[in-house]
Design a protein around this ligand. Sequence first.
Ligand code: BTN
Length: 331
Amino acid sequence: MIQESDIVHILSDHSGQFVSGESLANLLGCSRAAVWKKIRHLREKGYPIEAVTNKGYRYMDTHEAIEYRVNTILSGQGDAFFKVKYFDRVDSTNAVCRELGREGAQEGLVVGALVQQQGRGRRGNDWLSDHADGLWFSILVRPETNAENLGLLSLVMSLSVHDAFDAVGYTGSAIKWPNDIVSLQTGRKICGILSEASFEDQRLSFAVIGCGINVSQKAFPDSIESKATSLFLEGVTHVTKELLLIDILAAFKKRYDEFLRAPSEMLCDYRSLCVTLGREVRVEGALPIIGKAYDIDTLGRLIVRDANSQVHVLSAGDVSVRGIMGYTDVR
Ligand code: BTN
């Protein structure tokens, strides 16, 4: 008995290309008529499969398709935590996720979009995402935790992205404090994370953790060309946004559960992946500080010692840290 999800997998693996009815029938060990019957049913459900005589079937990479596939695969894996909503275009997935959070959406909501018209970066910067070459998404969580542990949530996401990169075979990335994922080879940024929290009567109501990953860009505008890179440019050409999202969500669930049990337990992994440690850094602020980054404390803050041996404890939201030896910061 052939499964509709098998057809979906095969077609999405060939996303954008036609696969003939005969090839599908051979791969699935059934007749072409049986393939057509299943495809008709998928199309009736709104599944975006194009059928062209003498060419075969083609999967269109629309937001509905991504949403359907990710939710189907997650529930097939027995995952009941995440519920993905994928939009064609939004201003910012963080903004939509916040809005849904305010309306009472459950934790585990994931809001993704093909295009963001006003993607937001840290410290009030823009995040270039007005095209579909990246994975732009936000996760809603409602942890019962102290407000002071909130900074660690972004670290949960950066570790999860790093885990997922490993899972798809890309082992050349590292974390730049607080939560940029950069290429070890070039120091350029592949992924940025923006977390926002909402409080009610001094208590955390929910947090939104937004993540932007450059997936298939082949070039960047001049303004960020020297600082940004994509998985494609780093040689990772086989990965699709949805498979990456599934791997990130799987890793996130594990890391988030660990965070709930013991918030600072992840720091051992984090320290070993954080390339900022041990380096000279320049901290931008009212009074710039130059010093050596030598530790991450239990709240995820960076500890820097300057030339006068004065110790500075830096929170992610407060400052921008630039490495001195050709190490980059992208916004
Ligand atoms: C940074 O400045 O490094 C953080 C960038 C975060 C970008 C992501 S893309 C998805 C989510 N929605 C947004 O508007 N921003 C985050």
